[in-house]
Design a protein around this ligand. Structure first.
Ligand code: IVH
Length: 645
């Protein structure tokens, strides 16, 4: 039951919302937090409590960002104005060439007439993922990824969870339609914290903040995005109705006035030499910035000149990205080891003498595969140049061959799996060698870790270390064994490093993992080429594990009517279809599948929301509504796929 709020409560709620927005901005945009995380949480809790108690929640409250229900798939959004990317320059000389081209083209365009000054705006090129936010009637209605520039994916559910993205624009002159472009990114510190958490859960780290941001924004479950501290900087506009911008710098200032986050490090420059100086300044400051910046974006300020300059098929002629050099360091390869992955892939990894690159200690670099090692001729004992492009896992750029002493040893890909000794296989069309033994302890371990991972059955606490221990001590041999661990609770609790409490937590998490969706289950099996997306496609198509299995077996028997061939399912294709038949054709896998189906409670995918008669239609609200505010009603219509006029 909700209570009636008095005036003071209403004021406090408003005050808390303003405070939270203020602190979000201090943290994400200005990098100058004034309160601790705990104090922030306190404000947030107080607001949530008041809203719940007095029924005061509004759609634009900071508390309303935490995600709703997961989606079954993304729908696509067409960009009204294509989202282009930028041409690069790599030196001051190339930057001056760009400036020269701009002037030459404008001269030609103007045919001798004076076109006035050409100022530039410079902005840090933040390394993240481009998105478009659409505000209709000043309310955030759609957010989409850049995609191929023409159409992107609808990620509104996730973008709504980003704290500094206003759910509604403020300011009397905010336009009725505004399409804003910006970059979704993760701050370095938040990125490091996210990877620490993943490590604790036994999940693989994200390679760099860009991948982490992209992975988060492309999650079907908005709760996952909400749990990641994403941020945005807006840097441009698409379609606008109800406002005329004259310059890029004015547009950025206006976006900020209307409540959108804009990078405070933008700067207007009146000559290309000033731009070059700004580049050097920013490069100097790069390491100290709280987010990854990979260059300086330079744009002609006046929009009329931008229009005159136009674009090639790929890039605008009025802007360019002046890229920063990669983060490089020199170190020595102590040893080349071979790791065995879940699919049996044997990956050579360089173990390095620890070295600092861009503020991080690097101790290993992936060498990808045998051919890559040969091509770069990387030997044990070599001095190498490594690059970390904001990446956690660095690459070897090249060997410094001048420093060879003759004692270096060439790498030979082992002919046998380094863990189980099975003869390694390499098919002519592949670059990787594989351990073919599906019972190889290394593969089994990775398979179980994958099975329990966040996108799989999501069994908390069942990461690399715990799985290794359970395997070593003979408690499990395959994923199905996890579900009979309860019978050996006392024995497990006696193991060093476990203890009653952690065993109970683990058993509880395993129990909770039993209740899952078909998509998660299919993904968790680790079938080659069947990632999250394909697992979802298969789940939607077949609805139950039994139906999926039947469909795959039918293929095998070549009894399938044309229309039901797996490979004809959009997005599946022959490669994945073959991988599925190979998987189920293996007796061990198919037995495992059966025992898992028996243990698990696999939920059928929800049908796409039955068309409520609202989807696609336009609704106009006027006057006062009885049971909700106008904004709430509009939200509701949008949530059901309708449009608000
Ligand atoms: S302007 C037509 N400004 O860099 C103008 N892009 O290669 C297109 N980016 O896809 C983009 N910061 O993801 C622009 N201040 C900024 C940017 C920026 C980062 C990204 C963006 C874009 C890519 C261009």
């Amino acid at each position: 039951m909700t209570h009636k709020a008095d005036e003071k409560t209403g004021e406090r709620v408003e005050e808390l919302r303003a405070l939270i927005r203020h602190h979000d901005r201090l943290y994400y945009e200005l990098d100058a937090p004034e309160i601790s995380d705990a104090e922030y949480d306190r404000l947030f809790r107080e607001l949530t409590e008041l809203e719940v108690r007095f029924g005061l929640a509004t759609p634009d409250s900071p508390t309303q960002r935490v995600g709703g229900e997961p989606l079954e798939g993304f729908s696509t959004v067409a960009h009204a104005v294509p989202m282009m990317s930028l041409d690069n320059v790599a030196s001051e000389e190339e930057l001056r060439d760009f400036d020269r081209r701009v002037h030459e083209r404008l001269d030609k365009e103007a045919g001798g007439a004076d076109y006035g000054p050409v100022d530039y705006v410079t902005e840090p090129k933040v390394d993240g993922l481009a998105v478009e936010l659409i505000y209709e009637e000043r309310v955030l209605s759609v957010a989409a990824t850049r995609g191929d520039g023409i159409t992107g994916e609808d990620v509104t559910h996730n973008v709504r969870t980003i704290r500094t993205v206003p759910l509604a624009l403020t300011g009397a002159d905010a336009p009725l339609l505004l399409e804003v472009r910006g970059e979704v990114y993760l701050r370095k510190r938040d990125f490091a914290r996210l990877n620490e958490q993943r490590d604790q859960r036994g999940e693989p780290p994200f390679a760099n903040p860009r991948n982490a941001a992209a992975g988060s924004i492309r999650q079907l479950d908005p709760k996952i995005a909400a749990a990641r501290p994403l941020a945005v900087f807006c840097y441009g506009v698409g379609r606008v109705e109800g406002f005329e911008f004259e310059t890029q710098s004015q547009a950025l200032a206006k976006l900020q006035e209307w409540g959108l986050p804009v990078n405070p490090l933008r700067q207007k420059c009146s000559t290309i030499e000033e731009v070059a100086a700004r580049y050097r300044e920013l490069l100097e400051a790069r390491e100290k910035l709280p987010y990854e910046v990979d260059g300086l974006v330079v744009k002609v300020d006046r929009l009329d000149l931008q229009q005159r300059l136009g674009a090639t098929t790929r890039f605008p002629r009025w802007a360019v990205a002046f890229k920063f050099p990669a983060h490089l360091a020199r170190t020595r390869v102590k040893e080349i080891r071979v790791q065995v992955g879940r699919t049996g892939a044997l990956t050579p990894v360089a173990i390095l003498e620890p070295v600092q690159v861009a503020g991080v200690t690097v101790t290993r670099a992936t060498l990808h595969n045998e051919d890559e090692v040969k091509r770069k001729d990387i030997r044990e004992g070599d001095t190498v140049l490594i690059e970390r492009a904001g990446d956690v896992i660095p690459k070897v750029v090249r060997v410094i061959t001048e420093e060879r002493e003759g004692t270096e040893t060439c790498f030979e890909m082992p002919q046998a799996c380094p863990v189980c000794n099975a003869a390694a296989e390499r098919t002519p069309d592949e670059v990787v060698s594989r351990c073919p033994n599906i019972s190889c302890p290394a593969r089994v371990k990775e398979t179980i870790v994958h099975f329990a991972s966040r996108s799989g059955l999501d069994i908390e606490g069942l990461g690399d270390k715990v799985v290794t221990k359970l395997l070593d001590e003979g408690f499990i041999r395959d994923p199905a064994d996890l579900f009979s661990l309860g019978e050996r609770r006392a024995e497990m609790a006696g193991l060093a490093g476990f203890g009653e409490r952690s065993v109970d937590n683990l058993l509880g998490a395993i129990e909770r993992g039993k209740k899952t969706t078909l998509a998660r289950f299919v993904y968790s099996l680790g079938i080659r080429h069947v990632g999250l997306r394909i697992a979802q496609v298969l789940a939607l198509r077949f609805k139950t594990p039994e139906e999926l299995r039947k469909a795959v077996e039918l293929q095998d028997a070549a009894l399938v009517p044309e229309r039901e061939r797996l490979e004809d399912i959009p997005e599946v294709g022959p490669k994945i279809a073959k991988s599925l038949t190979l998987f189920f054709g293996d007796r061990k896998n198919s037995d495992l599948f059966d025992s898992l189906v028996e243990e698990l409670e696999v939920e059928a995918p929800k049908e796409a929301e039955p068309s409520s008669g609202i989807a696609g239609r336009v609704f106009v609200f006027t006057g006062r509504l009885e049971s909700m505010t106008r904004e709430e009603a509009q939200e509701l219509v949008r949530a059901k796929g309708g449009r608000v006029g």
